[in-house]
Design a protein around this ligand. Structure first.
Ligand SMILES: NC(=O)c1ccc[n+]([C@@H]2O[C@H](COP(=O)([O-])OP(=O)(O)OC[C@H]3O[C@@H](n4cnc5c(N)ncnc54)[C@H](OP(=O)(O)O)[C@@H]3O)[C@@H](O)[C@H]2O)c1
Length: 289
């Protein structure tokens, strides 16, 4: 199968490229910078500007069976100034719109069957103890609104006969994952503990299972204790919500918002998680190799 991955040079993209190549698929990754260093073996990198459907990259859609869209400015790596927040939105909307427009220009009988669009669990906003499944209503936070706009841009491919799959990914656990490294850094410095009151529900997924959320959803305070246990570090230094809000502004929603989301659809389809339990996922990701 030929698979096109927009944002294939990123953390999730590189993992997916490796796994698809290993399974014998032909993988074409779109990147604004072309071939990354070191390049993931087996994939072909093609340059695009992530803003318009023009360019040779669009020819790669013809004859591909699937497109996976992971492109967008990093949510966690830089402080959310007004300008950065605009970039978080525009980078995702432009890239997704360019893909949908390029799909429209691709002859119908050569179009991919499916577009997988990877937005985030933040689609649901901050939901207290409510149990959320894939059909849950959207929330009202900055990231919730961003996710809705992003998904709406992807949906434009549906009238073209392309099935659009919306994956709302939780925080991805992986050795190279920036968000995971930031989450565990205070523990490594002997200063880890619950974020806010620690009662917000924390969803996560191991990168080897990459879909939406793992079934073992816990309150954040329990996750903090589990991280402490696995890293053999104390986990009792709280980071009060007001300090996180003061230090991070709107970006604190990444740490303080909770969603009790369950992978009902994946489980209903019989998906077997490689890492369904929090402890084993943390042990795998933090193990010395
Ligand atoms: N990692 C997580 O925990 C997580 C959780 C939920 C949702 N997600 C979403 O899943 C997607 C992939 O996540 P990731 O962790 O792999 O992200 P990542 O490592 O930051 O990679 C994102 C990719 O997007 C491209 N990109 C960066 N800035 C861009 C811009 N301004 N315009 C267009 N493309 C740009 C980059 O490719 P080039 O520089 O090569 O063009 C990069 O490879 C993201 O959209 C993210 O929001 C991630």
């Amino acid at each position: 199968m030929k698979v096109l991955i927009a944002g294939g040079s990123g953390f999730i993209g590189r993992h997916l490229v490796g796994s698809l190549v290993k399974d014998g698929h032909e993988v074409v990754a779109l990147s604004r910078g072309g071939q990354p260093k070191p390049p993931p073996p087996g994939a072909r990198f093609v340059t695009w500007d992530a803003r318009s459907p023009n360019g040779d990259w669009a020819n790669e859609l013809s004859g591909a069976q699937a497109v996976i869209n992971l492109a967008g400015a990093s949510i966690g790596s830089r402080r959310w100034t007004r300008r950065r927040m605009e970039e978080l939105i525009s980078s995702r909307l432009s890239a997704t719109t360019a893909l949908a427009q390029a799909l429209e220009r691709t002859p119908a009988d050569r179009r991919p069957f499916v577009l997988v669009n990877a937005s985030g669990i933040d689609y649901y906003g901050d939901r207290g103890d409510e149990v959320i499944t894939d059909d849950g209503a959207p929330g009202d936070s900055f990231l919730a609104r961003l996710s809705q706009q992003w998904e709406a841009a992807a949906q434009k491919a549906e009238p073209l006969g392309v099935r659009v799959v919306r994956i709302r990914t939780a925080m991805v656990f992986g050795r190279e994952a920036l968000a995971f490294r930031l989450l565990t850094l205070p523990f490594r410095l002997f200063a880890g503990g619950p974020l806010g009151n620690g009662r917000q529900w924390f969803t996560w997924i191991h990168v080897d299972d990459i879909n939406a959320v793992a079934p073992d959803v816990r309150r954040e305070g329990e996750v903090a204790k589990e991280i402490g246990r696995v890293l053999h570090r104390p986990a009792f230094v709280p980071a009060p919500a007001f300090i996180l809000r003061l230090a991070l502004g709107a970006q604190s929603q990444l740490l303080l918002h909770g969603r009790r989301a369950t992978p009902a659809k994946a489980q209903g389809l019989g998906y077997r998680f490689k890492f369904g339990g929090l402890r084993e996922a943390l042990e795998d990701v933090t193990a010395r190799r």
